[in-house]
Design a protein around this ligand. Sequence first.
Ligand code: NAP
Length: 320
Amino acid sequence: MKQEKVLVTGGTGFVAIHTIQQLLQQGYTVNTTVRTMQKKDVVVKALQEAGIAHTGRIHFFEADLNSNAGWAAAVAGCRYVLHVASPFPAAEPENPDELIIPARDGALRVLKAAVAAGVQRTVLTSSFAAVGYSNNTPGYVFTESDWTQPETPNRAYIRSKAIAEKAAWDFMEKEGGDMELSVINPVGIFGPALGGISSASLDTVITGIVEGQITETPPFTMGVVDVRDVADIHIKAMLHPAAAGERFLATSEGAMSFADVAALIKKERPQLAGRMADLQPVDNSLYVHISAAKAAKMLNWHARPKEEAILAGADSFYKP
Ligand code: NAP
């Protein structure tokens, strides 16, 4: 049995619940935050559905990214912090600050509390949104050296992730002390919803396509990664000595348009095809290229194929 305690922020989230599941399975004790204790049961129920019998090793704390309250208690005694929580709504907010302020100030609150508590390493969940949205060059291969500039006129969510990650690295330079920071930059996260906990990526793309709400192919493609592999890379980055001070793109091989997702589901799950629109393929020049070579080389992290991530997501909504 491991003695280490890990704080995972935002236990009600899609990525967080899979990460907590893997940590508990590996013998860690887990602290997690919820915005209100009323949401505790959602997390416990999801873990029970996932077959976790050790919910005695998870402890709940109330904390909101918009407030200082609760963070010191949540992080006390933790060797590691995985700061996963950040607003990820399906719809664009009226005011971008609704996302930017909790993303940035919340990350700073968590980092400050972690430094004060003597945490060894924090892993921050950033996004490809903080990497690939200031460069439209066709064929360009994105790596961890690329940055989305906060001033590029992107959607609020994209800006929130770029601004929050940049603020986190700036904080580390000035006030990080002995604590280490690693950052994970996942692409679109799919894979199974656990115990009813889903997220905007799954809801928008999978149900949007299967229910026939998406009727045209938007002119872009996305990297795809499975939530189980995203949880795994967080734990690898938490533990690997060389991960300190590094950011890691997390993606499976290749990219998909919404038309590719629809074609895959139609082929492999024909029973779901009934309401799906006929989506037109996108031009080859629109395929995004994102390298996961760094995580493979440094962390020995390998993502399952994008098709498996999409189908596992579909299967968790529409039982095969
Ligand atoms: P999610 O299921 O929507 O989870 C978001 C979590 O953040 C929830 O636990 C939510 O709590 C919490 N949260 C939001 N605002 C908060 C606030 N003001 N105070 C405290 N907690 C707050 O989304 P997810 O997919 O798991 O996302 C997890 C992380 O991965 C995020 O940092 C996201 O940016 C990043 N990411 C996601 C994707 C993707 O495709 N899903 C891709 C790249 C990166 P409530 O349940 O109370 O709302």
